[in-house]
Design a protein. Structure first.
Length: 230
């Protein structure tokens, strides 16, 4: 199983028979290297979207059309895109599980907001979400943009993820200290990977507070387009 950070909250996850692009924001992403797009999306089988904000959904439609692959995510947004943008989609909702190339992906709650940019202001884009992705003997919790929430208690107990991909840059999501607290209280992670940081000066630039807050846990500070073996 292999995970590659695309910068911000974007990841390329190679798991089971799937290559899943999670929140692929490439165009306009200030930390994504010029000329790396082809390698980032090569062989992708699915796009998995946590919510509609442009720094997550940015390249979703272009990639789905170019590669002719389905987009999985919240029912409201995906079905709208199927109707109006002629893409293949897998719309589901909180508590639902879909099979993406052998990986079992369950949508779980997050606490944030979700919209698309419109000419007259934000457009409703369904609810924000996170995911539990099970495959190859692991369960990965992709938090999506979220703060700490009590739902993490049952989510950790029920799904028992051993890997956490946590939005932890602060301002729009948990910061590193809050993410560390949530990981200690609600989960038993063996590996934690922060995201939604370093992209802009407004966000945290270091994961040191997360590392310090999780002694005994393998905290990996990802490097853009550098694969991590899990």
């Amino acid at each position: 199983m292999k995970l590659t950070w695309l910068g911000h909250s974007g990841f390329r996850l190679e798991i089971e028979d799937a290559v899943i692009l999670i929140d692929p924001w490439i165009s306009g992403n200030p930390v994504f290297p010029e000329g790396a797009r082809t390698d980032a999306i090569a062989g992708a089988t699915h796009v998995l979207l946590t919510h509609g904000h442009g720094d997550h959904s940015g390249d979703t439609l272009a990639i789905a059309k170019e590669l002719k692959i389905p987009v999985a995510g919240i029912y409201d947004l995906i079905n709208s895109w199927i109707t109006h943008h002629d893409i293949e989609g897998i719309g589901f909702n909180k508590g639902g599980t879909v099979d993406l190339g052998g990986a079992k992906v369950t949508m779980v709650n997050a606490t944030h907001s979700s919209s698309l940019d419109g000419a007259d202001g934000p457009i409703y884009a369904g609810h924000e979400s996170g995911y539990m992705i099970a495959g190859e003997g692991h369960v990965i919790y992709v938090s999506g943009d979220t703060d700490i929430m009590a739902d993490m208690g049952w989510m950790g107990e029920y799904h028992r993820p051993d890997i956490g991909i946590l939005s932890a840059g602060g301002h729009f999501t948990m910061d590193m200290r809050r993410a560390a607290w949530a990981a200690r209280k609600y989960f038993d992670f063996k590996t934690v990977i922060p995201c939604h940081y370093k992209t802009f000066p407004l966000l945290e630039q270091s994961a040191q507070a997360l590392i310090d807050g999780l002694p005994g846990v393998r905290v990996i500070e990802p490097q853009v387009m550098k694969a991590i073996a899990l």
